[in-house]
Ligand binder design. Structure first.
Ligand code: ADP
Ligand code: ZN
Length: 217
């Protein structure tokens, strides 16, 4: 069984690789970013509060985030494995998840880290376009859709995320280094961490990830 955490700074390629891993390995892809964006789109008071936090690049509080993930991961489709993307993002979240995962019998057994230098990240993020309907990710320089501005998979017009601007990105990156990067050591000590080079082209990294996943199956 594969209970995977995908880690890496914003723009490293987590979402892009999560999409094919979900398909090929039939693992539910659980992205806290997507879950928060859904809440933001609902227009509820909580959604509006989350919108403010996310759009400026800050982190949603640990308690709310953990509660959301616990509810999602307790569902039957996660009993045969899962792919967590964007969670845990802080040490308190990782510690909380350790405990919850034990309780519900869904302990993490692999942490995939995709690393990438800052200057490449900022370019990727500010040129990224996403499908608001199916979540597919594109890039106006390197990963163009077949028809400009339109999602290949579902035909929906692509958008730029409100937090994919340089100012919000700076906040996200600072939060990554202060709050999320310490998790690498946390999982390394548990012997779960495997590192990958996020500067590689999508296809090249995919080959390497496939090798690892095949060896764990
Ligand atoms: P990226 O990895 O590209 O920065 P995500 O889509 O994973 O973006 O997340 C978008 C935003 O959602 C984050 O910047 C943060 O505000 C919020 N968020 C996502 N996951 C978490 C988490 N585990 N804890 C707190 N906030 C989160
Ligand atoms: Zn789409």
């Amino acid at each position: 069984m594969l209970n995977i955490i995908l880690m890496g700074p914003p723009g490293a390629g987590k979402g892009t690789h999560a999409a094919w891993i979900e398909r090929d390995y039939k693992l539910p892809h659980i992205s806290t970013g997507d879950m928060f964006r859904e809440a933001m789109a609902s227009g509820s008071p909580l959604g509006n509060k989350i919108k403010e936090i996310v759009n400026r690049g800050d982190l949603v509080n640990d308690e709310l985030t953990c509660a959301l993930v616990k509810e999602r991961l307790s569902k039957p489709d996660c009993a045969k494995g899962y792919l967590l993307d964007g969670f845990p993002r802080t040490i308190p979240q990782a510690e909380a998840w350790d405990k919850i995962a034990k309780e519900i019998g869904r302990e993490v057994n692999l942490v995939v880290n995709i690393s990438c230098p800052d200057d490449i990240l900022v370019t990727r993020i500010t040129t990224r376009r996403v499908c608001p309907k199916c979540g597919a990710s594109y890039n106006v320089l390197t990963l163009k859709p077949k028809k400009e501005g339109i999602c290949d998979t579902c035909g929906t017009p692509l958008i730029q995320r409100k937090d994919d601007n340089e100012a919000s990105f700076k906040v996200r990156l600072a939060n990554y280094y202060s709050s999320t990067a310490p998790l690498l050591d946390f999982y390394k000590k548990k012997g779960l961490l495997v590192d990958f080079d996020g500067t590689l082209a999508v296809d090249a990294l995919k080959v390497q990830l496939k090798k690892l996943l095949a060896s764990k199956r």
